[in-house]
Design a protein around this ligand. Structure first.
Ligand code: NAP
Length: 479
């Protein structure tokens, strides 16, 4: 902890907030304050914007290979410091160390992937149909970006945006979530060490998100917003982006259906459910929120899932053998408690868990609810905790209709051994991603993102860099 920066990172320098404000960072496992970091205000936002705007032109002219090599070096440094970064992440966010190490590898991979993409930005062109004109197409960076990230994947949500922005030649301001600023500050230090020029990345940690971000979005100098967070906040930011017609990518909330058909392999389905539900303690946009299980299998599925969930060890993420860390804060835990209480009031049976322990920390036990009433609040609210809610169905058309009956459309999970059904149902689901007989879809080489109110655009994959590039078309007469 002693070496982790706690100041703002503006124009390549570590600086205090202009008004000297700081904010605490808590350890969710104990409720104790870990440290204080600088708490940026509007003036700091202006300074960060100025730094990003000033650096943009020269940065856009750097050789793609130079940008690629900075990302590659940063990728290697991140991997060398896996343990250090994992401890930092666990201390501010709570996830068990093994998961934090997994996130470090996942986060680093975005830098490796985009270091490879930086040198493959292509243009195009040719003779136009009239034969009189030529078209030359070139790609250019969209310009200075504002990147806003959530707390649940403190490192990977940053690298998933910073990687393509660097590869494309954009400068940027990163505003991480106030619960988890340390991972982002550590990442900035790594990028500086890897040779990133001053001003290309600026990090403003703040508890005053609106004061910092709104003037940037409305001011006309920031050309792109890349946001990951809730749909509710996403809507506000889309409205703020409209004034200056800022280009946006939005990775928003989910409400994933997890469908187990009567011909599913139950072992695969339970393994998949453990992954889709318990990754990150259920605090993931991809978390399975609604388990629809064919009525012929529901009892057996519920029993096996409850057995697996009940065997998980809950405790501080730094302790050996712990599978499930604390939730992010008291507010997050109170929301999970309310959703479970509502489902139980409406008749759900608690197969395991269901009651928060006494004592410090924001712990909540892995919980399985069976016979959940479709009207329960957790059916149309992201649970964001280790709670599996099981409903039953009998018919394919019915389950597809119920799965799609939500404003969200990030990911869906389908478990069946029938090839035709697998393809048919996957195609009918209104989602950006499908896990077919698997509970994990995230991969830096695949386009991540949702439809409907789960977002706009994609991150990662071949298309991830496109979000940070513009086309310029040049018309040239043939003769
Ligand atoms: P959140 O409350 O929407 O916050 C996300 C970020 O937006 C935080 O940095 C937050 O800072 C900031 N923010 C909030 N209001 C703002 C405003 N008016 N102006 C500028 N910034 C503002 O979400 P969260 O609770 O951190 O994260 C959980 C949500 O993220 C879930 O809905 C989850 O599904 C979603 N998520 C989606 C993906 C995806 O890829 N689709 C991935 C991970 C998470 P403050 O906290 O200071 O307000």
């Amino acid at each position: 902890m002693t070496d982790t920066p706690t100041q703002l990172f503006i124009g390549g320098a570590w600086v205090d907030a202009a008004d000297g404000a700081t904010m605490p960072v808590d350890d969710p496992a104990t409720g104790e304050i870990l440290c204080h970091v600088a708490d940026a205000g509007a003036k700091d936002a202006r300074l960060a914007e100025e730094a990003a705007v000033q650096a943009q032109e020269e940065w856009a002219r750097t050789a793609p290979r130079a940008r690629s090599e900075i990302l590659r070096r940063a990728y290697e440094i991140i991997l060398e410091r896996t343990d250090e970064l994992a401890h930092l992440m666990t201390s501010e966010m709570g996830k068990p160390l093994a998961e934090a190490r997994g996130e470090v590898a996942y986060a680093a991979e975005f830098f490796r992937w985009f270091s490879e993409e930086a040198v493959r930005i292509d243009g195009g062109g040719g003779i136009l149909p009239d034969g009189r004109n030529r078209m030359l197409l070139s790609r250019r960076p969209v310009g200075p970006c504002l990147l806003i990230t959530p707390w649940n994947f403190p490192l990977a949500m940053g690298t998933r945006k910073i990687g393509p922005a660097i590869a494309a030649g954009c400068t940027m301001i990163l505003k991480p979530a106030p619960q988890t600023p340390l991972s982002s500050l550590a990442l900035a230090a790594i990028l500086k060490e890897a040779g990133l020029p001053d001003g290309v990345l600026n990090v403003v940690t703040t508890s005053r998100a609106g004061e910092v971000c709104e003037p940037l979005l409305r001011g006309g100098r920031i050309r792109k917003l890349s946001f990951t967070g809730s749909t509710q906040v996403g809507r506000i930011l889309l409205a703020q982006s409209a004034d200056a017609v800022v280009r946006t990518s939005m990775e928003l909330g989910g409400n994933a259906p997890f469908i187990v058909f009567e011909d599913a392999d139950l072992d695969k389905a339970v393994d998949g459910a453990m992954l889709a539900k318990m990754r990150n303690m259920g605090e993931a946009c991809t978390a399975a929120n609604r388990f629809f299980v064919h009525s012929s299998l529901a009892d057996e599925f519920g029993r096996r899932l409850a057995e697996r969930m009940g065997a998980l060890v809950v405790g501080p993420g730094t302790r050996d053998g712990v599978d499930v860390g604390p939730l992010i804060d008291r507010t997050g835990r109170a929301k999970v408690e309310e959703l479970v209480a509502d489902a139980v009031e409406r008749g759900a049976e608690v197969l395991v868990g269901g009651r928060a322990p006494e004592g410090p920390g924001c712990f909540y036990p892995p919980t399985v609810l069976a016979g959940v009433d479709p009207e329960s609040r957790l059916m149309d609210t992201e649970i964001f905790g280790p709670v599996a809610a099981i409903l039953t169905f009998d018919d394919e058309d019915e389950v597809v209709r119920r799965a799609n009956d939500t404003p969200w459309g990030l990911v869906g999970y389908v478990f069946t051994e029938g090839l035709e059904r697998a393809l048919r149902v996957s195609e009918r689901l209104e989602v950006g991603m499908v896990g077919l007989n698997t509970g994990l879809v995230s991969n830096p080489a695949a386009p991540f993102g949702g439809v409907k109110q789960s977002g706009l655009g994609r991150e990662g994959g071949r298309v991830g860099i496109e979000e940070f590039l513009e086309y310029q078309y040049l018309a040239v007469p043939v003769r």
